[in-house]
Design a protein around this ligand. Structure first.
Ligand code: MRU
Length: 359
């Protein structure tokens, strides 16, 4: 049987009849497209921690569906017991990864439903949780599309675009964030040329971005992380578009490790550097990048993973932060679903949220 195109699969979906959350296991891509069903708290936590589902928006959607599936398994009619169990699951899922704010944002939205509806029977609250989770998933599609429309205004046909990590469909529900202008441009015949950083150590650029863009017919060239300077110096890049895991109130942005290097190189060569950011990923309670917790990961991701035999001396010290913070001073614009924020971000990001409130 012919394999479906990766773009035809849902990154995350609810399988209510089967009491589970279905995800594409992204650790297997691009070699194998395997959809797995997560049913227990440990399976959901592990899938997020192991990056089987990853990318800030997709983590949020998986957590929302996940906590609904777990809430269904709480067998009580007593609201206080239900709330306590629900919050236990929430704290546990929230501990899977610290940097992407979408995880706590989505779980917080789900908890709000439980608290707001405290006078309703528990069974009705469960139904409302399902509606909220579906809403989070559906909103993501619209949010990414709007980011794409605003992002497209920063580009012209034939442009070269460099991106880092995977902020694509595989990191969201559809379109992705940083890739949304690329996909919309593709639909409209813009003929973009995309450079995808391979993104050491977990290779999201090579395994995921290059895969999904090539599967969609986009002209994509894979480069090693240390080649972005060379392609920019050659004049092949007109704009950098990256995603984000948390944007602080001053515009400092946490994204996949290596992003800040790309931003510094872009500044050197006068290439505009844009962050595609759903408002769900903007955290005005975090004042600056200094306040963002950066996830540290297993040294083996650097020393041994992907190699037939470990390629580093045994016991060598390893520093393996999953993200870094790009200073707001290196960011030319933050593209949200409500428009493009420009420096100074303290005021422009607040204006974006004012627009959101009025909608
Ligand atoms: O560790 P990952 O693969 O979850 O990191 C993903 C990123 O850094 C993405 O750029 C970010 O989450 C934005 S996804 C739209």
């Amino acid at each position: 049987m012919e394999q479906k195109n990766i773009m035809e699969y849902d990154t995350v979906s609810l399988k209510d009849q089967e009491d589970g959350v279905a995800i594409i296991d992204q650790t297997k891509l691009p070699g194998e497209i395997q959809v797995i069903l997560l049913k227990t708290a440990d399976e959901i936590w592990d899938a997020i921690y192991q990056l089987k589902v990853r990318g800030a928006p997709a983590i949020g959607v998986a957590a929302a569906f996940g906590i609904y599936v777990l809430a269904k398994q709480i067998h009580t009619k007593e609201y206080p017991v239900f709330l306590e169990e629900f919050q236990k699951h929430k704290r546990y899922l929230d501990s899977a990864r610290p940097t992407a704010v979408n995880l706590s944002w989505a779980l917080g939205r789900m908890e709000e439903v439980v608290k707001r509806q405290k006078d309703r029977p528990v069974e009705e609250i469960k139904e409302l949780l399902k509606e909220e989770a579906v809403c989070i998933q559906e909103e993501d599609i619209q949010v990414c599309k709007s980011i794409g429309e605003f992002g497209l205004t920063l580009l012209k046909p034939g442009d070269g675009i460099l991106t880092h990590c995977n902020a694509g469909k595989l990191a969201a529900v559809r379109y992705g964030t940083a890739t949304a202008p690329i996909y919309l441009g593709q639909e409209r015949g813009y003929g973009f040329r995309v450079f995808a950083d391979e993104t050491r150590p977990l290779l999201q650029g090579a395994r995921l971005t290059a895969f999904e863009l090539a599967s969609s017919g986009v002209d994509v060239t894979l480069i090693c992380d240390n080649m972005s300077g060379a392609v920019m110096k050659n004049g092949w890049v007109n704009a950098v578009f990256v995603g984000c895991d948390r944007v602080a109130a001053n515009g400092d942005t946490a994204n996949k490790i290596g992003t800040s290097v790309v931003a510094a190189v872009a500044k050197q060569y006068g290439v505009p550097f844009y962050v595609a950011a759903p408002t769900a990923t903007i955290d005005l309670n975090t004042l600056t990048g200094e306040d963002i917790v950066i996830e540290q990961r297993d040294p083996k991701e650097v020393t041994a993973m992907w190699y037939q035999a470990p390629m580093a001396p045994e016991g060598v010290k390893v520093f393996n932060p999953a993200f870094d913070v790009t200073s707001h001073t290196l960011i030319d614009g933050i593209v949200t679903e409500y428009g493009i924020a420009r420096p100074p971000y303290e005021t422009s990001l607040r204006e974006i949220f004012d627009r959101k409130k009025k909608k």
